[in-house]
Design a protein around this ligand. Structure first.
Ligand SMILES: CC(C)(COP(=O)(O)OP(=O)(O)OC[C@H]1O[C@@H](n2cnc3c(N)ncnc32)[C@H](O)[C@@H]1OP(=O)(O)O)[C@@H](O)C(=O)NCCC(=O)NCCS
Length: 252
């Protein structure tokens, strides 16, 4: 029922875990109470849990157990066999290199700061220091482009848009297969380069890559109010396929 989150624990310096619903027929309120008790026994200070907006009993059980809503995510999916992508023409987009890391980490650190367009579960949680939430994205992009080990790798391919020698945006891809969804995982455009089609250009290059990799099923998960992400993906034929609320619980 409780899964320890080692990466999160190391990054935030707080023992963290995830509560996974067990479908045993146990009342949800009892499952949640058992989970928080187990978390305390394991020395975990924070738990995260997810529920679909239609799962009212689960949501109310989480609320009764002290969990608080921290974000709502929407997943969009596309099958490139049915929706062939347009050709990737923008010449500013190329594969990321290790030398791009200073530009990539600088962009990752600041790109997610505008709360009117993006708010993830860590930035939304007042108990997480702001700097640690920003640093998560730096770490993520570093582990996508130049991981210390294969086990630390978080992407199979990263695209950047470079304009006048500056990294204007990046987008990371995780390969899937003919039957398993590949993912566009981490993506952002520098605030000074937004609203001029750079994100869309990187998506076009990513979709061509997924096709080359024989990974025609592609998904992206984003904040429910991230209109730019949703508009870009819906325009190329992606459809919403899932929505999840995320909740956090703390020992104190
Ligand atoms: C999301 C983000 C990458 C979009 O980058 P961008 O280069 O500005 O996007 P584009 O110019 O390619 O525009 C894509 C679509 O979004 C729309 N759009 C762009 N910014 C928008 C905004 N602030 N509000 C609403 N729509 C917006 C564009 O009009 C376009 O839609 P259209 O084709 O219907 O006109 C960028 O806003 C960003 O980095 N945001 C912060 C980090 C983030 O949210 N990352 C995504 C995590 S999943």
């Amino acid at each position: 029922m409780i899964e320890k989150l080692d990466w999160d624990t190391r990054h935030f310096g707080v023992p963290m875990g995830r509560f996974n619903w067990s479908e045993t027929g146990q009342p949800h309120t009892e499952s949640v109470a058992a989970a928080t008790q187990q978390a305390k026994q394991l020395g975990l200070k924070q738990l995260m849990a997810r529920a679909h907006p239609s799962e009212m009993e689960k949501i109310h059980a989480l609320e009764a157990g002290g969990f608080r809503l921290v974000d709502t995510l929407v997943t969009l999916t596309i099958d490139l066999r049915k929706n062939p992508p347009p050709s990737a023409k923008d010449s500013s987009v190329r594969t990321a290199r290790a030398q791009d890391l200073p530009g990539l980490t600088a962009l990752a650190k600041t790109a997610f700061a505008d709360r009117s367009i993006w708010l993830d579960r860590f930035h939304a949680d007042p108990k997480i220091p702001e700097g640690k939430a920003d640093a998560l994205y730096e770490e993520w992009v570093r582990n996508s482009v130049a991981p210390a080990s294969a086990a630390a790798s978080m992407a199979d391919q990263t695209f950047v848009s470079e304009i006048d020698g500056k990294i204007a945006g990046f987008l990371t891809c995780v390969r899937g297969s003919e039957t398993v969804y590949g993912k566009v995982s981490l993506n952002a455009v520098d605030s000074s380069f937004r609203k001029r089609g750079i994100y869309r250009a990187m998506i076009d290059h990513a979709l061509a890559w997924f096709l080359r990799e024989k990974s025609p099923l592609v998904s992206v998960r984003t904040s429910i109010f991230s209109h730019a992400v949703q508009r870009a993906w819906i325009r190329i034929g992606a459809v919403p396929s899932d929505v999840e609320h995320t909740f956090h619980w703390w020992t104190d």
